[in-house]
Design a protein around this ligand. Structure first.
Ligand code: 9D3
Length: 246
Protein backbone atom coordinates (compact mmCIF):
# COMPACT_ATOMS: atom_id res chain seq x y z
CA UNK A 1 0.00 0.00 0.00
CA UNK A 2 1.27 3.47 -0.90
CA UNK A 3 0.04 6.27 1.34
CA UNK A 4 0.54 9.92 0.43
CA UNK A 5 -0.18 12.84 2.74
CA UNK A 6 -0.36 16.48 1.69
CA UNK A 7 0.25 18.88 4.58
CA UNK A 8 1.95 22.12 5.53
CA UNK A 9 3.49 20.21 8.46
CA UNK A 10 4.96 17.14 6.74
CA UNK A 11 7.55 16.76 9.51
CA UNK A 12 4.80 15.77 11.97
CA UNK A 13 4.36 12.31 10.48
CA UNK A 14 7.63 10.36 10.69
CA UNK A 15 8.13 10.62 14.47
CA UNK A 16 4.74 9.00 15.01
CA UNK A 17 4.48 6.64 12.06
CA UNK A 18 8.06 5.33 12.14
CA UNK A 19 7.45 3.92 15.65
CA UNK A 20 5.72 0.76 16.73
CA UNK A 21 3.67 -1.55 14.54
CA UNK A 22 3.23 1.02 11.76
CA UNK A 23 6.98 1.66 11.62
CA UNK A 24 7.67 -2.07 11.47
CA UNK A 25 5.08 -2.49 8.68
CA UNK A 26 6.85 0.18 6.64
CA UNK A 27 10.26 -1.41 7.17
CA UNK A 28 8.79 -4.81 6.19
CA UNK A 29 7.67 -3.28 2.88
CA UNK A 30 3.93 -3.63 3.57
CA UNK A 31 3.32 0.10 3.18
CA UNK A 32 5.06 3.30 2.16
CA UNK A 33 4.07 6.62 3.70
CA UNK A 34 5.16 9.82 1.97
CA UNK A 35 4.39 13.19 3.52
CA UNK A 36 4.43 15.94 0.89
CA UNK A 37 4.93 19.59 1.80
CA UNK A 38 2.13 21.65 0.28
CA UNK A 39 4.52 24.62 0.17
CA UNK A 40 6.70 22.74 -2.33
CA UNK A 41 3.84 23.30 -4.79
CA UNK A 42 3.76 27.09 -4.57
CA UNK A 43 5.52 29.48 -6.96
CA UNK A 44 5.89 32.71 -4.95
CA UNK A 45 8.84 33.76 -2.77
CA UNK A 46 6.82 33.35 0.43
CA UNK A 47 5.49 29.91 -0.52
CA UNK A 48 1.95 31.08 0.20
CA UNK A 49 -0.61 28.31 0.56
CA UNK A 50 -3.56 30.31 1.92
CA UNK A 51 -5.55 33.47 1.34
CA UNK A 52 -8.49 35.38 2.84
CA UNK A 53 -11.97 33.97 2.21
CA UNK A 54 -13.94 35.64 -0.59
CA UNK A 55 -16.92 37.38 0.96
CA UNK A 56 -15.00 38.20 4.09
CA UNK A 57 -14.95 36.62 7.48
CA UNK A 58 -12.30 35.33 9.85
CA UNK A 59 -9.36 33.11 9.07
CA UNK A 60 -7.72 31.88 5.92
CA UNK A 61 -8.54 29.34 3.23
CA UNK A 62 -6.10 26.97 1.50
CA UNK A 63 -5.72 28.03 -2.13
CA UNK A 64 -6.61 25.53 -4.84
CA UNK A 65 -3.44 25.76 -7.01
CA UNK A 66 -0.90 24.14 -4.65
CA UNK A 67 -3.40 21.37 -3.85
CA UNK A 68 -4.06 20.56 -7.51
CA UNK A 69 -0.34 20.73 -8.31
CA UNK A 70 0.56 18.48 -5.38
CA UNK A 71 -2.02 15.97 -6.63
CA UNK A 72 -0.65 16.21 -10.19
CA UNK A 73 2.81 15.41 -8.79
CA UNK A 74 1.55 12.41 -6.81
CA UNK A 75 -0.63 11.18 -9.70
CA UNK A 76 -2.46 8.41 -7.81
CA UNK A 77 -3.91 5.61 -9.97
CA UNK A 78 -7.47 6.49 -11.10
CA UNK A 79 -10.02 5.34 -8.53
CA UNK A 80 -7.68 5.75 -5.55
CA UNK A 81 -9.33 7.13 -2.40
CA UNK A 82 -8.49 10.82 -1.95
CA UNK A 83 -9.51 11.77 1.56
CA UNK A 84 -9.92 15.32 2.76
CA UNK A 85 -9.77 15.63 6.54
CA UNK A 86 -12.39 18.06 7.74
CA UNK A 87 -14.67 18.55 10.74
CA UNK A 88 -17.55 18.41 8.20
CA UNK A 89 -16.64 14.89 7.11
CA UNK A 90 -18.30 11.61 7.95
CA UNK A 91 -17.02 10.25 11.24
CA UNK A 92 -14.33 7.63 10.58
CA UNK A 93 -15.08 4.17 11.95
CA UNK A 94 -13.71 0.62 11.81
CA UNK A 95 -15.65 -0.13 8.64
CA UNK A 96 -13.90 2.75 6.90
CA UNK A 97 -10.56 1.37 8.10
CA UNK A 98 -11.44 -2.08 6.72
CA UNK A 99 -12.55 -0.63 3.38
CA UNK A 100 -9.48 1.60 3.02
CA UNK A 101 -7.17 -1.31 3.95
CA UNK A 102 -8.09 -2.85 0.57
CA UNK A 103 -6.80 0.17 -1.45
CA UNK A 104 -3.38 0.13 -3.13
CA UNK A 105 -2.89 3.90 -2.97
CA UNK A 106 -4.52 6.44 -0.63
CA UNK A 107 -4.02 10.20 -0.56
CA UNK A 108 -4.82 12.22 2.57
CA UNK A 109 -5.22 15.99 2.24
CA UNK A 110 -4.85 17.75 5.59
CA UNK A 111 -6.86 20.90 6.04
CA UNK A 112 -5.79 23.76 8.27
CA UNK A 113 -7.24 27.19 8.94
CA UNK A 114 -10.88 27.52 7.85
CA UNK A 115 -10.53 24.74 5.31
CA UNK A 116 -9.69 24.30 1.65
CA UNK A 117 -11.10 26.06 -1.40
CA UNK A 118 -14.35 24.44 -2.47
CA UNK A 119 -13.06 23.84 -6.01
CA UNK A 120 -10.16 21.79 -4.66
CA UNK A 121 -12.52 19.85 -2.41
CA UNK A 122 -14.89 19.06 -5.27
CA UNK A 123 -12.15 18.50 -7.81
CA UNK A 124 -9.86 16.29 -5.76
CA UNK A 125 -11.68 14.60 -2.86
CA UNK A 126 -13.39 11.25 -3.24
CA UNK A 127 -14.52 11.46 0.40
CA UNK A 128 -14.33 13.69 3.46
CA UNK A 129 -13.67 12.25 6.90
CA UNK A 130 -13.56 13.50 10.49
CA UNK A 131 -12.44 11.73 13.66
CA UNK A 132 -15.21 13.09 15.88
CA UNK A 133 -16.97 16.08 17.28
CA UNK A 134 -14.15 18.06 18.85
CA UNK A 135 -12.07 20.89 17.44
CA UNK A 136 -8.47 20.19 16.44
CA UNK A 137 -5.97 22.54 14.79
CA UNK A 138 -5.74 20.55 11.56
CA UNK A 139 -6.09 17.25 9.78
CA UNK A 140 -2.61 15.88 10.54
CA UNK A 141 -3.48 13.99 13.74
CA UNK A 142 -6.72 12.60 12.22
CA UNK A 143 -4.67 11.41 9.22
CA UNK A 144 -2.26 9.61 11.54
CA UNK A 145 -5.16 8.03 13.43
CA UNK A 146 -6.57 6.69 10.17
CA UNK A 147 -3.21 5.46 8.86
CA UNK A 148 -2.60 3.63 12.14
CA UNK A 149 -5.98 1.90 12.03
CA UNK A 150 -5.57 0.99 8.33
CA UNK A 151 -1.99 -0.32 8.43
CA UNK A 152 -2.58 -2.65 11.37
CA UNK A 153 -5.17 -4.41 9.18
CA UNK A 154 -2.68 -5.18 6.38
CA UNK A 155 -1.81 -8.89 6.22
CA UNK A 156 1.44 -9.42 8.11
CA UNK A 157 1.35 -6.09 9.95
CA UNK A 158 0.72 -7.68 13.32
CA UNK A 159 3.04 -10.28 14.84
CA UNK A 160 1.79 -13.72 15.80
CA UNK A 161 0.79 -12.73 19.33
CA UNK A 162 -0.90 -9.69 17.89
CA UNK A 163 -2.87 -11.56 15.19
CA UNK A 164 -5.43 -12.94 17.63
CA UNK A 165 -5.96 -9.49 19.07
CA UNK A 166 -6.54 -8.22 15.55
CA UNK A 167 -9.54 -10.52 15.18
CA UNK A 168 -11.73 -7.72 16.45
CA UNK A 169 -14.69 -9.38 14.73
CA UNK A 170 -15.02 -12.15 17.34
CA UNK A 171 -15.85 -9.52 19.94
CA UNK A 172 -18.73 -8.66 17.56
CA UNK A 173 -19.28 -5.02 18.33
CA UNK A 174 -19.07 -5.13 22.13
CA UNK A 175 -16.63 -3.35 24.40
CA UNK A 176 -13.71 -5.34 25.78
CA UNK A 177 -14.10 -7.26 29.04
CA UNK A 178 -11.85 -6.33 32.02
CA UNK A 179 -8.32 -7.76 31.98
CA UNK A 180 -6.17 -8.83 34.93
CA UNK A 181 -2.58 -10.01 35.20
CA UNK A 182 -0.17 -10.89 38.00
CA UNK A 183 -0.14 -10.39 40.93
CA UNK A 184 -3.46 -12.09 41.72
CA UNK A 185 -3.86 -9.74 44.68
CA UNK A 186 -2.67 -6.12 44.56
CA UNK A 187 -3.24 -3.43 47.19
CA UNK A 188 -6.02 -5.44 48.71
CA UNK A 189 -7.84 -6.12 45.44
CA UNK A 190 -8.07 -9.64 44.09
CA UNK A 191 -8.48 -10.71 40.50
CA UNK A 192 -11.81 -12.52 39.99
CA UNK A 193 -11.50 -16.18 41.09
CA UNK A 194 -12.99 -17.45 37.83
CA UNK A 195 -9.98 -16.13 35.87
CA UNK A 196 -7.64 -18.24 38.03
CA UNK A 197 -9.90 -21.31 38.03
CA UNK A 198 -8.54 -22.90 34.85
CA UNK A 199 -12.15 -23.48 33.74
CA UNK A 200 -12.00 -22.06 30.20
CA UNK A 201 -15.73 -22.32 29.60
CA UNK A 202 -16.43 -20.43 32.82
CA UNK A 203 -13.83 -17.80 31.88
CA UNK A 204 -15.44 -17.31 28.44
CA UNK A 205 -18.88 -17.01 29.99
CA UNK A 206 -17.70 -14.46 32.58
CA UNK A 207 -15.90 -12.39 29.95
CA UNK A 208 -18.88 -12.35 27.62
CA UNK A 209 -21.15 -11.25 30.47
CA UNK A 210 -18.69 -8.51 31.50
CA UNK A 211 -18.48 -7.29 27.89
CA UNK A 212 -22.27 -7.09 27.75
CA UNK A 213 -22.47 -5.20 31.08
CA UNK A 214 -19.79 -2.72 30.06
CA UNK A 215 -21.32 -2.09 26.69
CA UNK A 216 -24.76 -1.57 28.24
CA UNK A 217 -23.31 0.84 30.80
CA UNK A 218 -20.97 2.84 28.56
CA UNK A 219 -22.13 2.49 24.94
CA UNK A 220 -25.71 1.13 24.93
CA UNK A 221 -26.11 2.28 21.32
CA UNK A 222 -23.60 -0.37 20.23
CA UNK A 223 -25.90 -3.18 21.39
CA UNK A 224 -28.41 -2.59 18.60
CA UNK A 225 -25.70 -3.41 16.00
CA UNK A 226 -23.94 -6.15 17.98
CA UNK A 227 -24.00 -9.81 17.06
CA UNK A 228 -25.95 -11.17 20.05
CA UNK A 229 -26.78 -14.80 20.90
CA UNK A 230 -29.96 -16.00 22.61
CA UNK A 231 -27.95 -16.25 25.84
CA UNK A 232 -26.68 -12.67 25.37
CA UNK A 233 -30.25 -11.42 24.98
CA UNK A 234 -31.25 -13.30 28.16
CA UNK A 235 -28.28 -11.86 30.07
CA UNK A 236 -29.06 -8.35 28.82
CA UNK A 237 -32.72 -8.74 29.71
CA UNK A 238 -31.61 -9.64 33.24
CA UNK A 239 -29.75 -6.31 33.25
CA UNK A 240 -32.87 -4.44 32.18
CA UNK A 241 -32.07 -4.04 28.47
CA UNK A 242 -34.64 -4.67 25.77
CA UNK A 243 -33.82 -4.62 22.03
CA UNK A 244 -34.89 -1.36 20.39
CA UNK A 245 -37.77 -1.61 17.92
CA UNK A 246 -36.82 -0.45 14.39
C1 9D3 B 1 -12.30 27.59 14.36
C2 9D3 B 1 -12.53 27.13 12.97
N1 9D3 B 1 -13.83 26.49 12.84
C3 9D3 B 1 -14.84 27.50 12.49
C4 9D3 B 1 -16.22 27.02 12.60
C5 9D3 B 1 -13.80 25.47 11.79
C6 9D3 B 1 -12.62 24.58 11.85
C7 9D3 B 1 -11.78 24.50 10.76
C8 9D3 B 1 -10.68 23.67 10.79
C9 9D3 B 1 -12.33 23.84 12.97
C10 9D3 B 1 -11.23 23.00 13.01
C11 9D3 B 1 -10.40 22.92 11.92
C12 9D3 B 1 -9.22 22.04 11.95
N2 9D3 B 1 -9.64 20.63 12.07
C13 9D3 B 1 -9.48 19.75 11.10
O1 9D3 B 1 -8.96 20.08 10.06
C14 9D3 B 1 -10.00 18.41 11.28
C15 9D3 B 1 -10.75 17.82 12.34
C16 9D3 B 1 -11.21 18.33 13.60
O2 9D3 B 1 -11.00 19.49 13.99
N3 9D3 B 1 -11.93 17.49 14.40
C17 9D3 B 1 -12.21 16.21 14.06
N4 9D3 B 1 -11.80 15.68 12.90
C18 9D3 B 1 -11.09 16.51 12.06
S1 9D3 B 1 -10.49 16.03 10.57
C19 9D3 B 1 -9.82 17.49 10.26
Amino acid sequence: MDIHVISIFPEMFAPVLDAGIVGRAQRAGLATIQAHDLRDHTHDRHRTVDDAPFGGGPGMVIRPEPLFEAMDAIAPPPGSPVIVLTPQGKRFDQRDAERLATASTIVFICGRYEGIDERARRGLATEELSVGDYVLTGGELPTMVMIDSIIRLLPGALGHGEEAIADDSHTSGLLQYPQYTRPSEYRGESAPDVLLSGDHAAVDKWRRNQALRRTLERRPGLLAQADLSKQDLKDLAALGWTPPVE
